[in-house]
Write a protein that binds this ligand. Structure first.
Ligand code: P53
Length: 477
């Protein structure tokens, strides 16, 4: 047997993509509540509006109504044999604006009930504190993580959660895919540090500044968790994609290394407690001097207990001459990898890349790891008899689980669990669509806002049930 019997098999979602009920239970407006729906077919991107504007389409306001239906959904997860369920706590249910002195009891109670429901079936909740969200007030009035005050607000939120749920939740993560912002675009700054860009802002500077504040906040949270209860395990959460050189040409090899440096220095800080030299050199060149002596001390005292990461795809990087000497990464450098097929959203399918990533982390940090997201977004078709044959999803997951098994069997990486994304259809983060589906459980609702949110099982439901029942040994249909 590759995995021991307490391996955390399960699934992962996030509050803002599933819960809906955006104004219930005293919840404040979150950044994700002002993000419109995009569309893969028309190519329309998600937009951020200045507050909630009437007539705009905000899918996260309703999600898939998990707030009201979680009991039914968790019962279905239990039927598949889940040992773990990863979700996030909506910051705005606990601190609606972010700057309040005391938390909102109704919000706290909601998560107490949710975690109790999980434990009823022996399912371990795994919790992300900030999954692409923060209170809109904190972003709009304070400038989000460009402002140091956001550190204290996050730590206050984290401490309230650790204290309240310490006997119900053991595994925590601070910021979801904290490194997504490496690609400096407005959308990513909003998702991560919730930095709202003004006309003449220097996006790159603000990215590094706000990421630094998030890393300090994360380290303070790790330290606080251990003081509150030494049993708590706090990890980081990295959006991981292998970056391969597009060819054996040394400039392409160096370009891929440069991209890895720039996309993954965040995990160095989380896991080693200090910045890697290539980033310090960059800050020196650019004259960024926001790291204080006190910050350095905090980072060294708040190293994460484990590495959580998501894995969906890999990239191939081609040197195009724009980044001579620095080999800094430009998303335009990423070219199609002709050895791989891609999803309808252009995400390249690469199971072996998952094994590569597990090794990359293990070689550097020798920390336990958790694959907290891995899944296949696709258009699903409901047949006339109501069945849904999502064989492509089974194929994707089986190949990735096999690669992860090999990483344990042959490479000896230490793995705590696997929570696939997402056991039930939810709103897509990047495009805001309902039609990009990941679930074993189908949700009857689509991009045109048609449907009644009823749930039904896809073909993959029974397949995953068997995978868990055999502890990952039997991946066949
Ligand atoms: P969607 C970009 C690239 C890879 C993963 O993504 C990403 C993103 C950001 O959107 O996000 C993670 O829904 C994220 C989840 C998200 C999931 O991947 O865009 O942590 O919130 O839903 C899948 O297909």
């Amino acid at each position: 047997m590759t995995f021991n019997k307490d391996f955390l098999w399960g699934g992962a979602i996030a509050a803002h993509q599933a819960e809906g009920a955006w104004q219930e239970g005293g919840k404040g407006i979150s950044c994700s509540d002002v993000e419109t729906a995009g569309n893969n077919v028309t190519g329309a991107p998600r937009r951020l509006t200045d507050g909630v504007i009437e007539g705009e389409d905000y899918p996260n306001h309703v999600g898939v109504d998990f707030y009201h239906r979680y009991k039914e959904d968790i019962a279905l997860f239990a039927e598949m044999g889940f040992k773990a369920f990863r979700t996030s706590i909506a910051w705005t249910r606990i601190f609606p604006r972010g700057d309040e002195e005391t938390p909102n009891e109704e919000g706290l109670q909601f998560y107490d009930d949710l975690f109790d429901e999980c434990h009823k079936y022996g399912i371990e909740p795994i919790i992300t504190l900030s999954h692409f969200e923060m209170p809109w007030t904190l972003a709009k009035e304070y400038g989000g993580f460009r402002n140091r005050e956001a550190i204290d607000m996050f730590v206050k939120f984290a401490k309230v959660c650790f204290e309240r749920y310490q006997h119900k939740v053991k595994y925590w993560m601070t910021f979801n895919e904290i490194n997504n912002q490496a690609d400096v675009s407005q959308h990513n700054l909003i998702q991560e540090g919730a930095v709202l860009l003004k006309k003449d802002d220097d996006a790159e500077y603000l990215m590094y500044l706000s990421a630094h504040h998030e890393l300090v906040a994360s380290a303070l949270a790790v330290k606080a968790a251990h003081e509150i209860n030494p049993d708590l395990q706090v990890g980081c959460m990295i959006g991981m994609n292998a970056v391969y050189p597009a060819s054996p040409n040394p400039t392409d090899v160096m370009n891929a290394l440069g991209a890895m440096h720039q996309k993954y220095w965040y995990v160095e800080v989380h896991a080693r407690g200090h910045y890697p030299n290539h980033i310090l050199k960059k800050f020196e060149r650019k004259g960024y001097d926001f790291i204080t002596e006190e910050d350095k001390k905090i980072l060294s005292q708040g190293k994460v207990d484990y590495i959580g990461f998501s894995y969906y795809m890999s990239f191939a990087s081609k040197y195009q001459g724009r980044n001579e000497k620095t080999y800094d990464y430009f998303s335009e450098d990423f070219v199609r990898n002709t050895h791989l097929k891609a999803s309808d959203w252009g995400w390249q399918i690469d199971p072996l890349g998952l094994r590569w990533c597990l090794n990359w982390f293990h070689d550097r940090f020798e920390l336990p790891m958790m694959i907290v997201e891995n899944g296949f977004g696709a258009y699903d078709k409901v047949e006339a008899d109501g069945t849904i044959d999502d064989q492509y999803r089974i194929d994707y997951l089986a190949a990735h689980i096999e690669a992860m098994r090999d990483a344990v069997d042959y490479d000896g990486v230490e793995l705590l669990g696997y929570t696939m994304w997402s056991p039930i259809d939810i709103v897509s983060a990047s495009t805001g669509e309902y039609d990009k589906r990941y679930g074993f459980i189908y949700v009857n609702y689509n991009n045109n806002h048609e449907g009644d949110f009823s749930r039904c099982k896809k073909k993959s439901f029974d397949w995953y049930k068997k995978v868990i029942a055999t502890n990952g040994e039997d991946l066949s249909e």
